[in-house]
Design a binder for this molecule. Structure first.
Ligand code: HAM
Length: 420
């Protein structure tokens, strides 16, 4: 029998885990700078939170993990963070607080997608949701934050792709225009897009099918159907982005993969070797009806999410290190049970002062112990033999300079604290 990981999942081994931790702390720090508070919601939700009447995106309909628990309740593993965060915002009545609510989150999501580079069935996202403001300034802040997240990490050629779908009124008009445009050529559309034409025509703009791409070349675009209010909103967002010198590019075909979006939608792309064009590092946008749909008051929201696997692999590809290579401060080398016991006692003191230390646990000889010390690139080696035990001293050797000094066991911690 084979014991293997579930298709589309991956293990994080200790060397990679350090990068994850570094990225997570970087993200937390950045959100703190922008005054966002963390929210942690469950990985599973009752299915009706995810499968809402208005959400007919392929992702939610075709790619979610749905199952029944033993009490016959319908549950869904969250495929994204937004729906659960809004459910929690409503359930915990966070809307009762004065002002705007700025939330951020980090955690695993699940989508039954075809696994490929940068696409997994369990993947990590960090993201944010801001609830309670219709002001274009919050659209600009959320885009600024998304851009800064990538830019400050040192990724070059970051681009913000931006579009507006407009308010419900504009969206409705656009939807009709698209249906009117595509209906006469319906037969020429791919099978998927023919289905989309009736239930979700906007998604056709996203199609990768060559025939569809050809047919939609001259299709009407959302920007051409914005009413005055929506146009003003979008222009105000652009003005603020210009003010902050955030580079962006208007992508008139950008509609994003979820149906809840209205007004501003955006994606963050970085030009990275080996990354397909469709591999956005992150994306998001405004949603006006989600809070209401999940039982709350009429409250607008905007947010985004980044895929953390993609971000880490982009950083690796660009040679950007988040952590310095692992290095021990000291490694103990001993020769017998007595010296080992003493070393364990000394090591306990060093560790309580946060000195990074390790010791052999296989009763190996001098050479393998030395090899291990070098493998961990230990700054110092501490040697304890019979002589040292008798004289209450250790040999402290600097592995770079090869300089060796005798230090009293009583002052070892202080000596190291000074040296390191
Ligand atoms: P999304 O575009 O579906 O948006 O996902 C955001 C990011 O998650 C993507 O750009 C990608 O980096 C990553 N991602 C998505 N699927 C996978 C996968 N299968 N494997 C690896 N990475 C993946 C959302 O999820 C929205 N909730 C964003 C948002 C928040 N909109 C408003 N608020």
């Amino acid at each position: 029998m084979n014991y293997i990981k579930v298709k589309g999942t991956y293990d994080v081994l200790p060397t990679e885990a350090e990068n994850w931790v570094a990225l997570e702390s970087y993200v937390r720090q950045l959100f703190k700078t922008y005054n966002y508070g963390e929210i942690r919601t469950p990985m599973m939700e009752y299915s009706n939170v995810i499968h809402r009447e208005t959400e007919l995106s392929d992702m939610v309909i075709k790619e979610t993990y749905n199952f029944k628990d033993k009490s016959d309740r319908d549950l869904t593993l969250r495929p994204e963070g937004t729906a659960g965060v809004i459910r929690s915002y409503v359930e915990n009545k966070l809307y009762a607080q004065a002002g705007v609510t700025k939330l951020y989150y980090m955690g695993p999501n699940f989508r039954y997608e075809r696994p490929q580079k940068g696409r997994f069935r369990q993947f990590m996202q960090f993201g944010c949701e801001v609830l309670g403001s219709n002001e274009p300034s919050i659209d600009a802040e959320v885009i600024e934050l998304a851009y800064e997240t990538i830019y400050r990490l040192g990724l070059k050629q970051v681009s913000v792709k931006l579009n507006s779908l407009g308010d419900d009124d504009s969206k409705r008009n656009y939807r009709q225009a698209l249906i009117d445009f595509l209906t006469p050529v319906k037969e020429k559309l791919s099978k998927d897009s023919q289905d989309r034409l009736t239930n979700n025509p906007l998604r056709i703009l996203d199609s990768k099918d060559p025939a569809d791409i050809e047919l939609i070349k001259d299709a009407p675009l959302p920007l051409d159907y914005l009413n005055e209010t929506s146009k003003k909103h979008f222009e105000a967002v652009l003005e603020l982005l210009n003010l902050m010198n955030i580079p962006y590019e208007i992508d008139k075909k950008l509609v994003r993969g979820l149906d809840y979006y209205a007004h501003t939608v955006f994606e963050i792309h970085a030009t990275i070797k080996g990354f397909g064009a469709q591999n956005a590092l992150g994306g998001g946008g405004r949603y006006q009806n989600l809070v209401k749909e999940l039982g709350g008051p009429d409250t607008p929201g905007i947010g985004y999410a980044f895929g953390m696997e993609r971000l880490l692999s982009a950083l690796e590809q660009e040679g950007i290190a988040l952590t310095s290579p692992k290095q021990l401060d000291v490694y103990f080398i001993t020769f017998d049970q007595q010296s080992r016991k003493k070393a364990i006692e000394l090591q306990h003191h060093l560790r309580s002062e946060n000195i990074l230390s390790d010791i052999d646990h296989l009763n190996r000889g001098f050479k393998p112990q030395l090899k291990e010390a070098l493998r961990y690139d230990s700054k110092y080696i501490i040697i304890i033999g019979e002589n040292e035990l008798n004289n209450n001293v250790v040999q402290l050797k600097n592995t770079k300079t090869e300089e060796q000094v005798e230090v009293s066991m009583d002052t070892l911690t202080d000596t190291l604290k000074e040296l390191l």
